[in-house]
Design a protein around this ligand. Structure first.
Ligand code: KG4
Ligand code: ZN
Length: 341
């Protein structure tokens, strides 16, 4: 079956042609990143994002089918991100998908964006990832840990009470005059600094909950940056970046370890835009903990938002809920979005 995946929850308009069933592969994918449009604002401007999705989504889909020598009549299923995300952006993808679905009589499934991130490592590791698993989702909008007994039996272990980890990286980069998006910029600068130059304490929830908090990191980095009158490109400047990245990745791993101790999984998944981070990958490479649990990351291009993960999971949903009416509110409420909550 050929699946058309559509993703428009944030600042990437993405479509993908996925083959599932007899063969499991990504035939082709197209993505229009809006980074150049939002760069000068140092963050995503929702109105600009929606308008850009609207401008490109139909031609992107047309090109996808054309380049793959397919027509809409070859598509057996449309899978679209239903949330969470920027409401205006989501609506463009949803309205487009619904139009295609109704006018061509093609089944449509709505896919949860966070669940699609969790699914993303399966695209390249389909047969090696085992359930039950623990998934750490780290992105610009989300930081959560889930326990998956099976693909659709999902329990939330922890999520951020305030900022997402990628969001803090983006803000730190902005305040230090390093541009947007900050995650990749800070990643490249990590090696330049001394990771032990500054100390950060791990956040703790006063109510004893397992949740994350990152706003303290943001405040601490900015306070140090300003009060120390740190000069750009000095040892202190690079030391601050390295110390921050070192601490924040240790904090993520500490929480992951808590979840692993609680659930004793067979595999670990780390997904979302921040899972591209070199330091996090280095610290988690190979196996995890005394039980040597395999850790799976998505391929680089499937870490950040993409439509292939949406199409891939859409097929699984359609097979699992063949009534073609998947709108799983339970999964939706697991995620904490910086945009609509
Ligand atoms: O998954 P994603 O594309 O969007 C959301 O669902 O939010 O993630 C975007 C986030 C941004 O905050 C960006 O700074 C971060 O992923 N990111 C990285 C890296 N590449 C992208 N963070 C750390 N290191 C990277 N190499
Ligand atoms: Zn995402």
């Amino acid at each position: 079956m050929f699946v058309l995946g559509i993703e428009s929850s944030c600042d990437e308009t993405a479509v993908s042609l996925v083959e599932r069933g007899k063969r499991d592969r990504i035939i082709d994918e197209k993505i229009k990143s809006q980074i150049p449009l939002h760069k000068k604002y140092g963050g995503i401007v929702p109105e600009i994002a929606s308008r850009s999705h609207l401008e490109v989504i139909d031609n992107l889909t047309y090109d996808l089918l054309q380049d793959a020598d397919k027509t809409i009549n070859d598509i057996g299923l449309i899978a679209v991100t239903q949330g969470p995300g920027l409401i205006g952006s989501l609506l463009i993808g949803l309205a487009f998908a619904k139009g295609l679905s109704f006018s061509n009589n093609i089944p449509l499934v709505g896919v949860d964006h966070i669940h699609a991130h969790i699914e993303s490592p399966f695209i390249t590791n389909m047969n090696s990832i085992e359930y039950p698993l623990v998934a750490l989702v780290v992105s610009g909008g989300h930081t959560s840990i889930f326990y998956l007994r099976s693909k659709f039996d999902i329990t939330l272990f922890a999520s951020t009470r305030d900022d997402a980890v990628g969001e803090v990286m983006d803000k730190v980069s902005k305040f230090m005059g390093l541009g947007y998006p900050g995650g990749p910029v800070l990643d490249r600068l990590y090696e330049k600094g001394d990771k032990n130059r500054y100390n950060f304490t791990f956040p703790r929830m006063s109510d004893g909950s397992d949740d994350f908090s990152f706003s303290g990191y943001k405040a601490a980095v900015l306070r140090t940056y300003r009060s120390g009158s740190i000069k750009n490109e000095s040892d202190d400047f690079y030391g601050l970046i390295s110390s921050f990245l070192n601490s924040v990745t240790d904090y993520l791993i500490l929480k992951l370890d808590d979840a692993v101790k609680r659930y004793d999984p067979k595999s670990i998944i780390v997904a979302g835009g921040v899972s591209r981070n070199s330091l996090l990958r280095k610290k988690l490479s190979g196996s995890f903990g005394p039980k040597n649990i395999d850790v799976f990351f998505p391929a680089d291009k499937y870490c950040t938002d993409n439509a292939s993960m949406v199409g891939w999971l859409g097929y699984e949903l359609f097979s699992f809920y063949p009534e073609n009416n998947y709108f799983d509110k339970k999964i939706n409420s697991y995620s904490r979005s910086r945009f609509i909550t």
